[in-house]
Design a protein around this ligand. Structure first.
Ligand code: ZN
Length: 236
């Protein structure tokens, strides 16, 4: 169910699902009722009770939405909340979960972001951190879920040059010697430049059978990066 799960602060957990949790996306060719059953199972496993993870309609943009309660997902590539559980879906792109201490409040500031190649170039990271800080977040930490690595993500040389001109840390070469992009390295650099501490960085999706990878199989599902609040000490 969970590839990785941790109570990262007392009463706040971060997790990344795996293919045992199944496809969680409604936008791929899958039965919507099956997807909703899987989402419900995931919420039960996370101990959400009557609450739900908020998903979003991801479009490789840099829109960030502040979420106050569960409802129809916004069209956005990042969400920020003061406690509403959040989910970001991926299969090779970088799922980013962020957590900030709430200034003058014990309520943490939660966030998720979807960083594919376009999101790294457009700097969805900066847009998300700015929104978090506008809601009082201080001392922000980030968890990067599994994503395709720089030794696997081959791209045309021209594209590598264009992306690396914006984010130099993405420049990479595949293990078979072709031009590549290392998106998680780019995301990490963007986060650290903003003073955000990266506490975890996941494995390569293409190399891990238990995770979904679009480059390995274009008929694939999506797994999720998740953040939620709960009673202290509730850990699987
Ligand atoms: Zn890899």
């Amino acid at each position: 169910m969970f590839w990785w799960r941790k109570e990262v602060r007392p009463g706040v957990s971060v997790a990344f699902s795996d293919s045992n949790a199944g496809n969680l996306a409604l936008h791929v060719a899958d039965n919507p009722e099956d997807v909703m059953v899987r989402r419900s199972r995931l919420e039960t496993a996370a101990g959400l009770g009557e609450r739900h993870f908020q998903y979003m309609n991801q479009v490789h943009g840099i829109a960030v939405e502040f979420i106050t309660g569960h409802g129809d997902g916004p069209t956005a590539d990042a969400m920020v909340s003061r406690g509403q559980p959040l989910a970001v879906m991926v299969a090779d792109c970088v799922p980013i979960v962020l957590l900030g201490e709430g200034l003058g409040s014990t309520t943490p500031v939660l966030a998720v972001a979807h960083a594919g190649r376009a999101g790294v170039v457009a700097d969805i990271v900066s847009a998300t951190v700015t929104e978090m800080r506008s809601h009082g977040a201080t001392a922000i930490s980030a968890w990067l879920g599994p994503s395709i690595c720089g030794e696997c993500y081959e791209v045309p040389g021209q594209l590598r040059a264009e992306v690396a001109a914006v984010v130099p840390e993405t420049w990479a070469t595949t293990r078979w010697g072709r031009p590549a992009l290392h998106l998680p390295a780019g995301v990490r650099a963007q986060l650290e430049a903003l003073g955000v501490t990266v506490e975890y960085s996941g494995e390569c999706t293409l190399e891990t059978a238990q995770l979904y990878s679009y480059r390995r199989n274009q008929q694939t599902g999506r797994f999720a990066g998740l953040v939620w609040t709960h009673e202290r000490g509730v850990v699987a």
